[in-house]
Design a protein around this ligand. Sequence first.
Ligand SMILES: Nc1ncnc2c1ncn2[C@@H]1O[C@H](COP(=O)(O)OP(=O)(O)OP(=O)(O)O)[C@@H](O)[C@H]1O
Length: 302
Amino acid sequence: MARLGFIVNAASGNGRGAKVWSAVERELSARSVPYDVFRTEASGHATALAQRMVRDRSYDSITAIGGDGTVNEVAAGLLGSDVALGHIGAGSGNDFARAMGLPSEPSEAVEALVRGDRLEIDVGRAGGRVFVNSFGSGFDGEVAARSNGSPWKRWMNKIGLGAVSYGLIVLAALGAYRPARVNVALDGRSYDFDDVWLVVAANLPYLGGGMHICPGASATDGVMDVCVVHGLGRLRLLRHFPLIYRGAHVSLPYVTMLRGARLSLKSDRTLACHVDGETAEPLVTELTLVPRGLSLIVPERQ
Ligand SMILES: Nc1ncnc2c1ncn2[C@@H]1O[C@H](COP(=O)(O)OP(=O)(O)OP(=O)(O)O)[C@@H](O)[C@H]1O
């Protein structure tokens, strides 16, 4: 049996990563599955670990245990290799695991890693970063910047008030963000938008812990789905915000949905950005897709 490689972010999901790993480790031992595990210590560490494990040539697959930030970093380390990506969602949002239907229950998850299939998925590139799920800029980047690493948010999550803290962060970002003029060039076509709140390029439908921002997005179709929210005021945006949870925002006149493989963004000022929910360089303007850039381990298809 091939040796499985694991990269665990014990801190993800406010300590859920450590608990999920303990349960997975028990399952691996019970099935006598050989494995190695490495734990992340800080931001960026999972990419360095994945690169080192690829160089070792000892693993057919490397599984990220953590949230969207951890799977993003491991995917960045695997891109360009033939080592498959496994993932068990143990974060707060887990949008990638949700969209790809990856099990989190330990015995199901290990069964998928041992006996599952490989699915070739597209990977986005944004500046020097990658994204497996989504890239967001504008208001969306502002929300990510305010939530990542916030000790206050961590404390609220710990006492079970994660949804409240997220709501307050969204309100604070809503108050602070100034809409921008943005030119979107997609596969050679050019679009100008005024009063832009956000531009999201997505490989998969969910963002921000289950918001259905690009309902038609698929990681296997060779294109990014792009959502531009523009031309409305703060109060109207706030009122329409809940529609995003069920993807009902797409028919609003303030929402433009586009599709393409090569995206270029120009704005009249620098916009905050994120890749898979983690804050990225604010100057990212060029996005491309690597079609079928990674093999993802998915539960065995019947
Ligand atoms: N040992 C560690 N201690 C603290 N932070 C870490 C550690 N290892 C990695 N990190 C950082 O933890 C952050 C959060 O990780 P991740 O996104 O996986 O979890 P999450 O935020 O709980 O989940 P989600 O993104 O799905 O909401 C990332 O920025 C990552 O770089």
